[in-house]
Design a protein around this ligand. Structure first.
Ligand code: ADP
Length: 490
């Protein structure tokens, strides 16, 4: 029963398949084409025979008629004498009548009409002055009839009637017809077989693709489809594999991001838990120690807050969410405000911040984006600096657009780590970074924010010591650039 159901659903599947549609359309075309191929040549050859018969019979009839016209008055003897001089044997029957329709001559001995009135319609019409020809094909024989008046001095003095049966030509046409039919059947069967095989191959490959999509949809991103040949289906398979590869990388990135994020969140949470347990469990804790513990809890909570803020920012950027409306942002002002905010951190490390900021560098962007970029770079330049080191913050307007550089005389980044420095959660020295409250997300935020704004960020080691980050914002971002463009447009 279930087998039958499966078969039935299989049939239903076929009903909607591309293969069946192809085969049905092709069948219709094939039947029409083969039908035409069978009908056309036989119709034409039949017509050719008709025409040949017509000219042959009428030619002869006119020769007979002209010969008889010389008699002026038709009689049995006179007609017989004339008819002996012409060749009547190529026809199955030749009849000559007088003007009243009485048969004077008949080559058919068995059913001879001699002396009787010839009532063949063609002969009757010929006596009325008409030249008549008719031909009929019954599938095996061509039956041709021709009749012509015998005219002497403008008067119809009799009629000539010719009758011809031709089986030879009919047999020839029949043999051509049957040969065309056999060739059509073989060609049709072979073409049909080829179409079934081809469409089967095509639909099998399409079904493979659909199956592959289902497998990938179920989460198996490792699955790849075999790319065979160089046709459009092969292109589709290659595109599918490429898309799956991308999905797999995105999925891997997402997993790594989630796992790294949970790991990063776990550390401060564990510290908070440990510290709060200590406070709760120790009965005789003095106020100073308790205050110290609570302060630690506070700084861990602060770290947690910073981390979640960064995570949320990155997630928002990944989702392509529009953060805020763009305004004309004066980069110098944002840089000065950021330096001011970082002053206490710099003092803690005895780091001097030098600034060279060109005025009037205004770009159209979101102010918080610029703040995030400068803050993260400058904070790192202080955090990863040596005691008593320097930070140089420069802003200028280059030929390619606004250029912001953050340089430090700090510990530097090893050459091997430079390509990965903008990767999420990447840290050169984990313990050192954590010690500064780092999460490995700051530079990712810088990178993604700069890119979202159409700019570029690069990193390089400084000649002697330290690191240099260069951010470039393209000219078209400069305030007024879009307006000018709009004005110049036709
Ligand atoms: P973190 O929050 O750990 O600072 P970042 O993404 O800002 O995360 O930086 C990634 C890593 O790059 C840091 O852990 C640090 O090892 C290195 N780094 C970033 N900026 C500098 C710098 N100016 N000098 C030396 N190392 C740096």
């Amino acid at each position: 029963m279930t087998e039958r159901l499966a078969k039935f659903s299989g049939l239903l599947h076929i009903r909607h398949s591309v293969q069946l549609t192809f085969i049905s359309i092709f069948c219709v075309f094939l039947v029409v084409a083969l039908g035409l191929l069978n009908i056309f040549p036989t119709t034409v050859s039949r017509q050719i025979v008709f025409n040949a018969k017509q000219s042959a019979l009428l030619n002869q009839a006119s020769i007979f008629s002209a010969s008889l016209a010389a008699l002026e008055l038709l009689g049995v003897d006179g007609v017989e004498q004339v008819m002996e001089l012409v060749d009547v044997n190529e026809f199955d029957r030749v009849i000559v009548t007088d003007s009243a329709g009485v048969t004077l001559y008949d080559t058919n001995q068995r059913e001879s009409m001699l002396g009787a009135v010839c009532d063949f319609s063609q002969a009757v019409r010929a006596l009325g002055g008409e030249v008549v020809f008719s031909c009929y094909y019954d599938g095996d024989t061509f039956f041709s009839r021709a009749a012509m008046p015998v005219v002497s001095y403008d008067a119809v003095i009799g009629a000539v009637y010719l009758y011809d049966e031709d089986e030879e030509q009919a047999a020839l046409i029949n043999s051509i017809q049957s040969q065309i039919r056999s060739i059509s059947l073989v060609a049709g069967a072979l073409t049909m077989l080829a179409v079934v095989c081809l469409t089967h191959g095509l639909t099998r490959r399409l079904r493979e693709l659909v199956d592959a999509m289902r497998i990938v949809r179920e989460g198996n991103y490792d699955y790849r489809i075999a790319v065979r040949g160089g046709d459009e289906v092969a292109d589709l398979s290659a595109a599918f594999n490429d898309m799956t590869q991308r999905l797999q990388s995105t999925d891997e990135l997402r997993r790594r991001f989630v796992s790294n994020a949970s790991h990063e969140l776990r550390t401060p949470l564990a510290s908070i838990r440990l510290l709060s347990d200590s406070v709760v469990q120790s009965e005789n804790m003095d106020v100073a120690t308790m205050r110290e513990f609570v302060t630690d809890i506070g700084s861990e909570a602060e770290r947690l807050q910073r981390l979640t803020e960064k995570l949320m920012r990155l997630t928002r950027m990944d989702a392509g969410a529009v953060t805020a409306e763009k305004t004309d942002v004066d980069l110098k002002k944002v840089a000065e405000r950021t330096v001011h905010l970082l002053e206490p951190l710099a003092q803690q490390k005895d780091v001097t911040i030098y600034t060279e900021l060109e005025s009037g560098v205004v770009i159209r962007t979101v102010e918080d984006d610029i703040y995030q970029i400068i803050f993260n770079l400058a904070e790192n330049a202080i955090k990863y600096n040596n005691f008593g080191g320097n930070v140089f913050l420069r802003l200028s307007r280059g030929t390619d657009g606004a250029v912001l550089t953050v340089e430090d005389t700090g510990i530097g980044i090893p050459e091997a780590d430079l390509p990965y420095i903008f990767t999420r959660f990447y840290r050169v020295d984990k313990t050192r970074s954590r010690q500064f409250g780092g999460s490995g997300l700051g530079l990712s935020i810088v990178h993604d924010t700069v890119r979202q704004n159409g700019g570029t960020v690069t990193v390089a080691r400084r000649e002697t010591t330290g690191t240099r980050f260069t951010v470039t914002f393209p000219r078209q971002m400069e305030a007024g650039a879009a307006v000018q463009k709009g004005e110049n447009e036709p």
